[in-house]
Design a protein around this ligand. Sequence first.
Ligand SMILES: Cc1cc2nc3c(=O)[nH]c(=O)nc-3n(C[C@H](O)[C@H](O)[C@H](O)COP(=O)(O)O)c2cc1C
Length: 228
Amino acid sequence: MPAPQAPVSVSGAVARRRSVRAFLDRPVSRATVEDILRRAARAPSGGNLQPWVVRVVDGAEIAALKALMRRQVAGMPDGEPPVPAFCPDALKPPYLARRRRNGEILYGALGIDRDDAEARRAWIAGNFQFFGAPVGVMLFAERQSTPYQWVDIGIYLQTVLLLLCEAGLDSCPQADWAMYEATVKQALGAPPDLTLVCGIAIGYADPDSPGNAVRTERDDPLAAYAIR
Ligand SMILES: Cc1cc2nc3c(=O)[nH]c(=O)nc-3n(C[C@H](O)[C@H](O)[C@H](O)COP(=O)(O)O)c2cc1C
């Protein structure tokens, strides 16, 4: 068993949380994850709609989903149409530069060449194995949601990530799961009026994975007016 961690402040969790993309083969208590998902619902939401819908996947179910996704991704590597747009096609400055820099940092750490499409594709496919995490969460929105409910769901997501951090758990939010919304929804028996926002991979970081050593950069949000 690892040594218990010192209690983490909100500031500590905000600073320490990062996206982890390789996990140890070490079990995670479903009860702990469920407790965090419930406590995160103290997050604010417009009109207190609490428009987040979550589904935990672990054990035999996550094993079956990973096996199914291996087949799906092999057959349709670019996702199932209609693949949602994660951001505008033509990203304006400074967003394009930030996205490129993020890729450079991560792929650089992993030793994946910028032009090696095959290696990149194989790496991205790891998303659909929850990067080896033993527990996953699927986060849904109502299809009829407006952007404000998506704001609420984003706040809920970050609250979940921070509580996971406080509990000594690592995570990665994964919008890429929405590329296979139909398969995920069918596999989990999700109602038709829900739309898949993202998955969350949950587990313990593999300290030997070079990708997990990455520390992403941030620009000063107060300077945002000036630099756009
Ligand atoms: C809503 C959302 C969706 C994301 N989707 C993915 C994803 O599909 N795959 C992935 O590897 N990372 C994904 N990320 C992680 C981001 O790449 C990451 O948060 C960003 O690069 C900043 O790094 P950090 O989380 O380590 O601070 C997502 C993050 C958010 C907030």
